[in-house]
Design a protein around this ligand. Sequence first.
Ligand code: GDD
Ligand code: MG
Length: 341
Amino acid sequence: MQALVLAGGQGTRLRPLTLDVPKPVIPLAGRPFLSFMLDWLEDHGVDRVVLSCGFLSDGVRRVLGSRHGALHVSYVEEDEPLGTAGPVRLAADLGLIEDRLLVLNGDLLTEIDLSAQLARHEQTGARATLALIAVDDTSSYGVVPTCGDGRVEAFLEKSPGPAPTNRVNAGCYVLERDVIDAIPAGRAVSFEREVFPALVGHGLYGFPVEGYWKDIGTPERYMEATRDLLAGRIGSRLPERDGSGSLVPGCCVVEGASIGPRSVLGAGCRVATGARVEGSVLHAEVTVGRRSVVQDSVLAAGVRVGDHALVRPGALVGTGARIRPGVVVEAGARVAPGAVV
Ligand code: GDD
Ligand code: MG
């Protein structure tokens, strides 16, 4: 089975983390984010993956390479953003797509049952089958009402007003080749606003799924996903967490510091004596000075926090930024890569 992962968005809602690191490889619980998705695809028998990259694509290629376990990984790059459907047509025109295809939004952390979705797709003889997940607040998703037999009645992308159902597009599609060939070539095309609305009544089916599912594309959801992985609310191939529910690799120096609860340190971090890192994510090579406190925040690679500083909850500090000694970084602050505060 072949899959194409849409990984070319700019990740604007995760800035400044995504200003210099592409969203697909932002570290999540210490691993490049997309590696969780590749594990999941591999578990469902996918053996070939095309990563559709645009923004900062070299970074994705460098981190993920051409193999992931049993998966063969190839890349297709756009010069201009082609939306969500345009990249699938481009990959097909380049001869990279064989036949039936799984298409995934690249910012999902999930363990929904892809194998069952594929089986249903075959049973119904659908041209396209969309995984549908129930959510509490539908406003930032595509709402998809269906009939009793699974046929899609409408595709309502982020439309205002009361939703007819709480089932939304989970960003996981099975497509027959004729659907791909009908996507207009050479311009940006949206599955959600163009392709799926036109397919309603022409072989478009929904398949209700259950289980862990999260779009990690906002800071809040990125932190939720981190906590869920640490707590084991979603299965993963992560190492054991320590007594405080944290992940601290052996190559970090944290003597005399307090790490946890529920924190993640990347490789080569150094947290000095008397410092506290609580509910936070430090990417690689971050240093935290003596008696400093970091609360519920994300510090990107190479950030240096001086002594006696305080980073209040919800801050996102970009790559290589420096927090001078004694400084208080306010709650929810955004610090640009390389900035000195
Ligand atoms: N290659 C490429 N080119 N990929 C793109 C482009 C592009 O121009 N634009 C977006 N993508 C990728 C993003 O990287 C992401 O993985 C995926 O397409 C979806 O884009 P988002 O920007 O994350 O969309 P969303 O989260 O607002 O909404 C989508 O996902 C929801 C589920 O999380 C829609 O598909 C909704 O219908 C859906 O409910
Ligand atoms: Mg998204």
